[in-house]
Design a protein around this ligand. Structure first.
Ligand SMILES: Cc1cc2nc3c(=O)[nH]c(=O)nc-3n(C[C@H](O)[C@H](O)[C@H](O)COP(=O)(O)OP(=O)(O)OC[C@H]3O[C@@H](n4cnc5c(N)ncnc54)[C@H](O)[C@@H]3O)c2cc1C
Length: 246
């Protein structure tokens, strides 16, 4: 029986994270904060980030340190993300964000599957909530790769057989595995992003350590790199104050 899709199966290990739209500057924090003391329009006086003075940076740091969080909400960043479904499942637990994801009901899903690469640690040690992960042996990596390839291809073949038999996409898709890649737009402001980063990155300067799954951490790290280019002083204050979301 011929395949429904002409696309060859693809196995990949990396995540795609692009900042596709941004209205996010350090000075957005300042105009929002200063209305509380000036009591008048502060947006026009906000200036550009290039004009930021020492006292401006000090104000950002004070707001972060004392957890005055709302001035960090007057900005917006939209990311385009391609990642496996098991990453999206964790991602969408973060409710203070806006999401739109590709549909498995309206389109045929492409055979693109996640497989851990050689740098992915495989051995879990420690206790629940604070695991460490150590490198796997070559034999373990080979076992993972073989199982992922076999199961992904078998599941996708079953998906195609159902589509060829005229079964609706929303039913056929139920056999597809969690390592299938999906795509979405996610929009966050700096405050919600900081909450996400505090939980989904493991960082030496974190006052409250977190132990995220490595694959969502890869997405979080790429988002943080983009954010740091948009709001460098806010990002620096976040790290300086223990990476606690204000
Ligand atoms: C390492 C790790 C392990 C995890 N393990 C599990 C697990 O085993 N099982 C599991 O189910 N989940 C697990 N989670 C998910 C976790 O419980 C959170 O659902 C997820 O991290 C989203 O965090 P959040 O609620 O702070 O984010 P958001 O939903 O974005 O919320 C941000 C903040 O808004 C406030 N807020 C949002 N909604 C409410 C509300 N309804 N009521 C009050 N305040 C609200 C809170 O202050 C919250 O911190 C895990 C997360 C991590 C990072």
């Amino acid at each position: 029986m011929s395949a429904v899709t002409d696309v060859d199966p693809e196995f990949r290990s990396e995540m795609t994270v692009e900042l596709v739209r941004s209205a996010a500057r350090d000075s957005d924090v300042l105009f929002a904060a200063r209305v509380s003391t000036l009591g008048e329009q502060t947006l026009d006086d906000a200036g550009s980030d290039a004009d930021l003075e020492k006292r401006d940076r000090g104000l950002i740091n004070y707001l972060m340190r004392d957890r005055h969080g709302s001035p960090f909400e007057h900005n917006s960043m939209t990311f385009y993300v391609q990642a496996p479904i098991f990453v999206f499942r964790e991602f969408m637990r973060h409710r203070i964000a806006s999401y739109n994801e590709e549909s498995g009901r309206y389109r045929e899903l492409k055979p693109v599957f996640y497989v851990p690469d050689a740098t992915r640690n495989l051995i879990q040690v420690g206790k629940p909530g604070a695991y460490d992960f150590l490198p796997g042996t070559p034999e373990q990596h080979a076992a993972v790769e073989q199982a992922v390839h076999e199961q992904s291809l078998a599941a996708y073949a079953a998906y195609q057989r159902m589509l060829e038999a005229g079964v609706a996409r929303e039913v056929a898709r139920i056999v597809l595995p969690l390592n299938l890649y999906s795509s979405m737009y996610v929009t966050m402001n700096a405050r919600s992003l900081m909450n996400f980063l505090s939980l989904r990155t493991k960082h030496p300067e974190a006052a409250v350590p977190s132990f995220p799954q490595r694959e969502i951490e890869l997405v979080a790290e790429a988002m943080e790199t983009h954010w740091a280019t948009q709001m460098p002083h806010t990002h620096a204050a976040f790290t300086k104050n223990g990476r606690v979301a204000p």
